[in-house]
Design a protein around this ligand. Structure first.
Ligand code: GTP
Length: 980
């Protein structure tokens, strides 16, 4: 890794250097790079260089180690593959030469360490099994070729053997060792000695003096023919190949004893080896030169063998001086002349034998089978791993537990816990993890995470979410009435209900079920939500439930477009819901609908007759005039919207309200959106489940079912669901219960860790991540002028990357309704010279809405610009430390106005900065001139106590004003966690 390139994350770098994140942080701090110990903290190339200088050496060592291991693994796998997959005779012969005898020897050495007699016997035995091989060797033309090759190398006139024999000197030890092995291996009782053992008893006799040596020394005049013991050795189970070999070599050290060795013996030994090698050489004719170099010792053996076969005399003369060799049984053979086809057939025969019978074959077969099985198992594992890799995407719900995540990742929970520790978190096995942590952990395992909402569990259960268009049927529009206070919303709703609902029903309205259906003469229906006002509408939206299809905006004709009218417009627009305007109180004198239309146009609501798209009706909730027309326009708008739903499917809807009824238990007013809900249906609603026990309409009548856009009162819940929760029917009650339980768990977690809305602090991070493309802002200010100026300035900050939307502006204190809108629209609230009401502040805290308060327009603009540009301006935190209410006013000559106050919250100090707030608007900001308890000056007054205070340079204090004491802290913003 080089220092150049993109910044890396702290946790990655830590794992790269194999040290803790804290160590990395400490090292960086020591090197003048201040950084926080956060897993996602950026490590710049410069920092990385610094770290390399500290940990580089260790890392290099670790790399070398890894490389060495890889090479070793590669070599091992190559070796294994060649051993297991090649089924040629070569592959059998190779290990025979190189490895298998070792095992034999090991065993033998252990069993018969020092008994010459035994050794002698074993040497006899060992000769027996080698018959087949020997015969093959004899028949096979290999030796001839080898001889030739060796001759060439040696350049001897006399024949190949002579010069080669001389070369055998250094090879002697090995050969002897091999001979020993051969002898030991020969102890296998399965083999019957045949022609091969022509070597009389001489070996035995000779062996005795040789002591431990397993090799018998034949007479010099014996014709040399080595009985191969190697194959027999192979019969033995090969265990601990390497160890065996060592022991074998150790055995050769005993050679000193064989002083009397006859040159002929050497010839024998060599011949043995040569037999095998020769075969091998035959089948692999290609790499002669290579083989020469590689197999010098082998060649020597081969040469010796040849010599023995063709001209034993020469062999003897040459080898006599190197008389350290042991005796062997020798058969006089003459290398027959063989051609390739013979070799081929012989090989086949051998293979057949190996495959079908003989202990050698069986064992090899067994071994191979075992290897094959191992390989197959390995392959299977690899394939499984591969397919798992392909399924890299991990679908999880947020707040999954450590153990569940470990299960999904197929690792042990301890591993997850360790990773968490590396990330600086101490977690327990049952601890639930946050989304960001889950992502970090999954990244460690090269998995991508897709978070599935717990609610989606039920969505999954809904069949055919995309209904076939053919199944869709028109449904009634669902309408909410909004407007300013006293403009007649309730009167309008009541009139419609009375006139249009009650008229057709005998019993009249008996109960409130959150909504009611209006049936028009032409059989078309409209469903009205009977909680008027934009707060209800937005509260529902904030909970993720979009119930309303359309808004009727009520404006009193004798009044004007008022602040709440504007709020309603903004809320409807933020929700993307079309409006129909009802200009109410047309019966009243002084009504001026045109003025209303004009004012609406000023707020971008342009009615049809003015060339816009918004339909308008002039009505009177008292007389009923224009109501039909209004409803008609609502239906026209609905037709334009083509509202449809499939009634023939499992039902889903929204909880409008819930309450606990003494007699009925939990009762909820619901509005069905899709499908049909029937009595007896099992369902899930929010975190609760149940079975529909009863359904009632607004007249208190029992009904069997309720369809799309229809309200009903439902009983059958096992808990109290929240307004805005989605109700979905499921297959059975058990499923419903399971889902509800899961949701409850997740909800518990969520209640601990709230879902964050956008804030100015993290907008740049979200922009970088591509999470947001626009910043929604609500502006509340003291006067229209400043709001407009601020809105204009903020809107100018829009660029290609991010669009600034001012979704709502208003004069006055920041209210709960503003916070709700911000929550529903993921907006921030900017207060210019205004404060949030106590309830709004509390709600904002709960909903985690970012409220920024400014007194200077440029400050507000700079703050937003900096945030959008990702600039890390100093973080200014303002904390309200005291709230006082002005109870009385005293005019004191020469001093000014003194306010008698009560500290309602916190603690006010003499030098606390203060704001004077009247009706939610900041009237003055400054400092205290005095703070007294009775007649004494005091340094501070705490909550619950009364005090007298004067404000420096300000006397216009009034009873009912609120004085807010605040502290400002400015902290240097640190680099936040950002993804590289
Ligand atoms: N003359 C006349 N008075 C009306 C009409 N509609 C409503 N009012 C009166 O206006 C007042 C306010 O009516 P509401 O229906 O309570 O108004 P609202 O918008 O629901 O008021 P809030 O519930 O406080 O938001 C009542 O006294 C009504 O009688 C109308 O069409 N004509």
């Amino acid at each position: 890794m080089t220092a150049a390139g993109k910044p890396k994350r702290l946790f990655k770098v830590a794992s790269e250097f194999n040290v803790s994140t804290q160590s990395i942080v400490d090292s960086l701090n020591d090197n003048g790079f201040p950084i926080e110990n956060k897993p996602n903290a950026k490590i710049t190339p410069e920092m990385y260089s610094a770290l390399e200088s500290v940990y580089g050496e260790d890392k290099a060592k670790s790399r070398d180690h890894v490389r060495a291991r890889e090479e070793y693994e590669e070599r091992r796998s190559t070796f294994r593959t060649s051993r297991n997959e090649s089924v040629t005779i070569d592959s059998f012969l190779e290990p025979l030469d190189d490895l298998e005898p070792a095992d034999e020897k090991t065993e033998k050495d252990e069993d018969l360490p020092l008994k010459p007699a035994d050794d002698a016997e074993s040497s006899e035995d060992q000769l027996k099994p080698s018959d087949s091989e020997t015969q093959e060797e004899e028949d096979v033309p290999v030796p001839a070729r080898d001889e030739q090759r060796e001759d060439d190398t040696a350049g001897s006139d006399a024949g190949k053997e002579a010069p080669e024999v001389s070369e055998t000197e250094p090879a002697e030890k090995q050969e002897v060792a091999e001979d020993e092995e051969t002898a030991e291996a020969g102890s296998d009782q399965d083999f019957e000695p045949e022609e091969e053992v022509e070597t009389d008893d001489e070996p035995e006799e000779e062996v005795e003096p040789a002591g431990k040596e397993a090799i018998q020394l034949p007479e010099a005049d014996d014709e040399l023919d080595i009985v191969e013991g190697d194959d027999e050795e192979e019969e033995q189970e090969p265990h601990e190949i390497i160890r065996g070999r060592k022991e074998k070599l150790a055995g050769t050290r005993v050679l000193g004893k064989i002083q009397i060795a006859d040159p002929a013996e050497e010839g024998k030994k060599k011949k043995k080896k040569k037999g095998k090698k020769a075969k091998k050489e035959e089948t692999k004719q290609a790499d002669a030169v290579e083989a020469d170099e590689k197999e010098k010792p082998k060649k020597k053996k081969i040469a010796a063998k040849r010599v023995k076969g063709d001209s034993p005399a020469a062999d003897v003369t040459e080898e006599a001086p190197k008389s350290k060799k042991k005796k062997k049984r020798i058969k006089a053979r003459k290398a027959p002349k063989v051609d390739d086809s013979d070799v081929e057939s012989k090989l086949k025969e051998t293979m057949a034998m190996l495959n079908t019978g003989g202990s050698v074959g069986r064992k090899r077969q067994k071994r191979r089978k075992q290897k094959r099985e191992e390989m197959a198992a390995e392959r299977e594992i690899l394939e499984t791993e591969k397919s798992e890799q392909e399924q890299k995407i991990l679908e999880v719900t947020e707040f999954i537990t450590v153990s569940d995540l470990a299960d999904l990742l197929d690792v042990s929970p301890n591993e997850i816990i360790m990773h968490c520790m590396n990330l600086g978190m101490v977690v327990s096995i049952n601890q639930r993890l946050e989304a960001s942590t889950i992502e970090l952990l999954a990244e460690q395992y090269d998995r991508e995470v897709v978070f599935v909402d717990a609610e989606e569990l039920t969505d999954d259960i809904e069949e055919d979410d995309d209904d076939d268009p053919a199944d869709l049927e028109p449904r009634s529009p669902v309408v909410t009435v909004m407007g300013h206070v006293d403009h007649g919303k309730t009167s309008l709703l009541d009139f419609i209900r009375e006139a249009k609902v009650t008229a057709g029903e005998a019993g009249g309205i008996t109960q409130h079920i959150g909504a009611y259906e209006v049936r028009l003469p032409d059989k078309r229906n409209i469903t009205f939500l009977d909680t008027p006002g934009h707060e209800a509408f937005t509260a529902m939206r904030a909970r993720g439930a979009q119930v309303t299809d359309m808004v009727i905006l009520v404006v009193a004709a004798d009044d004007a477009v008022m602040p709440q009218t504007i709020e309603a417009i903004n809320h409807a627009q933020a929700g993307g819901v079309p409006m129909v305007v009802a200009i109410n109180k047309m019966d009243k004198e002084g009504s001026n609908p045109d003025r209303i239309k004009q004012q609406l146009a000023d707020h971008n609501v342009i009615v049809e007759e003015w060339g816009g798209s918004v339909q308008i009706a002039e009505v009177s909730a008292h007389t009923g005039a224009g109501i039909d027309e209004l409803l008609d326009k609502v239906l026209i708008e609905a037709e334009l919207m083509e509202l449809k739903a499939n009634p023939n499917r499992k039902a889903s809807g929204i909880i409008l309200e819930s309450k606990v009824d003494r007699g009925k238990g939990v009762v909820s007013n619901i509005l069905i959106q899709k499908g049909t809900l029937r009595v007896g249906d099992p369902f899930v609603a929010g975190s609760y489940s149940g079975r529909v026990r009863a359904l009632e309409n607004e007249f208190g009548e029992r009904i069997d079912s309720v369809g799309p856009a229809q309200p009903a009162q439902l009983t059958g819940f096992d808990g109290l669901p929240q307004a805005g929760d989605k109700i979905v029917t499921v297959q059975d009650e058990r499923t419903a219960k399971e889902i509800a339980q899961q949701r409850q768990q997740i909800k518990r977690e969520q209640s601990l860790r709230k879902v964050k809305h956008v804030t100015l602090d993290d907008i740049s991070r979200r922009l970088a991540l591509g999470e947001v493309a626009e910043l929604n802002i609500i502006i509340k200010g003291d006067v229209d002028g400043s709001i407009e100026a601020l809105a204009g300035a903020l809107q100018k900050l829009s660029d290609e990357e991010v669009k600034v939307n001012i979704i709502h502006t208003g004069v006055g204190a920041i209210t709960e309704s503003d916070v709700l809108l911000a929550s529903a629209s993921d907006a921030i609230i900017i207060g210019f010279q205004v404060r949030p009401s106590a309830n709004a502040r509390k709600l904002a805290e709960n909903e985690e809405i970012d409220i920024r308060l400014f007194s200077v327009i440029y400050d507000a603009v700079d703050a937003v610009r900096d945030a959008l540009e990702g600039m890390l301006s100093p973080e200014v935190n303002e904390k309200t430390v005291a709230t006082l209410e002005v109870l009385d006013i005293f005019k004191v000559p020469k001093v000014g106005t003194v306010a008698g106050c009560k500290v309602t919250d916190g603690k006010i100090s003499r030098n606390t900065k203060i704001r004077l707030i009247r009706d939610g608007i900041v009237i003055y900001e400054g400092e205290l001139a005095s703070l007294k308890r009775f007649k004494d000056d005091v340094r501070e007054v705490t909550s619950g106590y009364e005090c007298g205070l004067g404000i420096k340079n300000y006397n216009d204090i009034k009873v009912g004003d609120v004085i807010e004491g605040y502290e400002v802290t400015e902290t240097k913003r640190k680099l936040k966690q950002e993804t590289s």
